[in-house]
Design a protein around this ligand. Structure first.
Ligand SMILES: O=C(O)/C=C/C(=O)CC(=O)C(=O)O
Ligand SMILES: [Mg+2]
Length: 216
């Protein structure tokens, strides 16, 4: 299973479960309260794009933001998984952008409506390469970064996540079965910003993964 996933896990990524407000500084930069339990939303598989494909700005969006996030790739079917076993369901990691149409999201928040269009439009999840779990000793001791047009926007260690990966997997699998190839995005640190047509976004995990995407 894990060997098969070393080149690309695109065809396996049937769903992308995202955690929101999982870094205190990001929750605060958008004026949100610190969550008491993981906050979940979903991106559909059409959001997934790999290097070489452009990031598209959805029609009418005036404020598209990048959010760099550590991605957890699920290796086997997971339902009602206990925290102490959760990492055995992980086949590896990646880094992704949770592209967010912030103006659509603000409108949805005001209306008490779902974030679907803000978060799950085509190309809203650019994803780097797959890193087998053996190459990451501790996913909570890594550094995420994001650079736009050569200017650093986000850099943060993963140890400051509010809910760690075992807690996230235990929580999700009480409600939703995770399948092999599913991707769990663990939330973004502070530094989200507006991106525009023509921008070049480079992001990754220091020393382990680098990815580059163009905004069309
Ligand atoms: O509540 C908001 O205004 C925005 C929240 C997010 O977009 C949450 C995330 O996707 C995240 O924290 O990574
Ligand atoms: Mg996010």
């Amino acid at each position: 299973m894990e060997g098969d996933m070393s080149q690309s896990f695109r065809s396996l990524a049937s769903k992308i479960v995202c955690i929101g407000r999982n870094y205190k500084d990001h929750a605060l930069e958008l004026g949100n309260a610190i969550p008491k339990k993981p906050m979940l939303f979903l991106k559909s598989s059409n959001a997934f794009v790999e290097e070489g494909q452009p990031i598209l700005i959805p029609p009418g969006c005036q404020n598209l933001h990048q959010e760099v996030e550590l991605g957890v790739v699920i290796g086997k079917k997971a339902k009602n998984v206990a925290k102490n076993e959760a990492l055995s369901y992980v086949s590896g990691y990646t880094v992704a952008l949770d592209m967010t149409a912030r103006d659509f999201q603000d409108e949805a928040k005001k209306a008490g409506a779902p974030w679907f269009l803000a978060k799950s439009f085509d190309t809203s999840c650019p994803v780097g390469t797959f890193i087998p779990k053996e190459k990451i000793n501790d996913p909570h001791d890594e550094e995420l970064y994001c650079i736009i047009n050569g200017q650093e926007k986000q850099r943060c260690r993963t140890n400051v996540m509010i809910f760690d990966i075992p807690t996230i997997i235990e929580y999700i699998t009480q409600f939703v079965t995770l399948e092999p190839g599913d991707l769990v995005l663990t939330g973004t640190p502070a530094g989200v910003s507006r991106v525009n047509s023509g921008d070049v976004i480079e992001f990754g995990l220091s020393g382990k993964l680098q990815a580059k995407f163009h905004v069309q």
